[in-house]
Ligand binder design. Structure first.
Ligand SMILES: *Cc1c(COP(=O)(O)O)cnc(C)c1O
Length: 381
């Protein structure tokens, strides 16, 4: 038996979300599935397998180590690395057949030389900074940059892309400015007779709100996992959460007025209270700021977290519940009966974004992969 605190990953919901995104952007647009950060905490290998099975063109990762792990597990699909690399990593980029971003001439030069040494041609995508301000060549220097790349014989410039800073805001003038800067670079490359086929820009926010940002390929991350980047985006795309965090009641005790719950005497009981101990805490990624603030679901009813969240456990008041017992399933993020605790609502409580909430579920929490419900019945993946 694995630890009674676990994450359920609903691969059926993942597939549903991918298809919803494909429907939204149209069948002619390719999809790069973003699986960086262990697929936002969902498990990059299982997620990658489902995405590839349902037709994504590439997988996007942030750091080279993530690519190496996926290759080691047997993923052979094109892997796109959008984070920066150091010169020392170039041989691994070539060896593991990763498509890197290029944004610096010196680095690109070394990449080409090393590729020549290994008798290879490396496929690269140019990263144009249209206003995100991270790595990337400034948009007004991009055309000259691409021209210089033409001289590097062992690089194949197959793609060009940019990244949105504000696409989680509705009708953002800044996003439209980024789109027009990118279009301008592409137009000037056409004039210079350097057409680059794979043009991409849109993250989840832009997929939802900025069809002008679709180009040849889109790069959904958060929306694949069934979450919306902000309250400011429209919700008509029809996605649903993939992650559910669960635990079980490990102990129940009656507290008398004056009794203390947890560290720092942060919660002192004022009336007879039934308290359940749950075997998860901040080391599992449940933020300590949820002390006295968060809720969980037990028997389909909300139960408040009382006292401080500990490293490995926390406490909930279940006085208002009939018949809760040790072993009862507890939903921390997700749905139970008619009630639900959304990852977005927890993010809001923590004054952060849903991305951080799922990424923070720690590696100590086992991921349980829910079977795909196929037309032919249940099937183990
Ligand atoms: C993380 C990331 C994405 C995906 O963003 P979401 O908002 O999760 O859809 C796309 N492109 C790049 C370059 C990224 O870093």
């Amino acid at each position: 038996m694995h630890r009674p605190t676990w994450v359920e990953i609903d691969l059926h919901a993942l597939r549903h979300n991918l298809l919803a995104i494909q429907r939204k952007v149209g069948p002619q647009i390719k999809i790069m599935g973003i699986v960086k950060a262990d697929a936002y905490g969902h498990g990059d290998y299982e997620v990658s397998r489902i995405l590839l099975k349902h037709g994504v063109a590439m997988l996007g990762i942030a750091i080279l180590e993530e690519a190496i792990q996926l290759r080691d597990k047997g993923i052979q699909a094109p892997l796109f690395l959008f984070g920066g690399i150091f010169e020392e990593q170039i041989d691994d980029v070539i060896h593991y057949n990763v498509t890197p971003s290029v944004y610096d001439l010196k680095l690109a030069g070394v990449l080409s030389k090393r590729a020549q040494y290994f008798h290879k041609t490396v496929s690269v995508h140019v990263y144009v900074d249209t206003g995100m301000g991270s790595i990337g060549v400034r948009h007004d220097k991009a055309v000259a940059f691409v021209k210089s790349l033409q001289e590097m014989k062992n690089l194949s410039v197959d793609g060009i892309y940019t990244h949105c800073s504000c696409s989680d805001e509705k009708e953002s003038a800044y996003t439209n400015l980024q789109i027009s800067r990118f279009r301008d670079v592409l137009a000037r490359l056409e004039v210079a007779k350097i057409p680059i086929p794979l043009r991409h820009m849109a993250n989840s926010g832009a997929i939802i709100g900025y069809p002008d940002a679709y180009f040849a390929m889109v790069r959904p991350g958060l929306s694949l996992y069934g979450l919306y980047p902000s309250d400011g985006v429209s919700r008509d795309i029809g996605i649903r959460p993939v992650m559910c965090l669960k635990t079980r009641i490990i102990h129940i005790k009656e507290f008398e007025p004056g009794d203390v719950v947890g560290y720092g005497r942060a919660h002192v009981v004022t009336k007879r209270t039934s308290v359940a101990t749950l075997p998860f805490g901040y080391n599992d990624g449940y933020n300590r700021l949820l002390s006295g603030q968060g809720f969980v679901l037990i028997r389909g009813i909300k139960a408040p977290i009382i006292g401080r969240v500990c490293m490995d456990q926390c406490f909930v008041d279940i006085s208002h519940m009939q018949g809760a017992t040790v072993g009862d399933e507890v939903v921390v993020y997700g749905q139970q009966g008619q009630e639900s605790i959304s990852i977005e609502s927890v993010a809001k409580q923590l004054n952060t974004i849903p991305y951080e909430v799922t990424c923070n579920v720690s590696k100590r929490v086992p991921r349980s992969i829910l079977e795909m419900r196929m037309e032919s019945g249940l099937r183990q993946v």
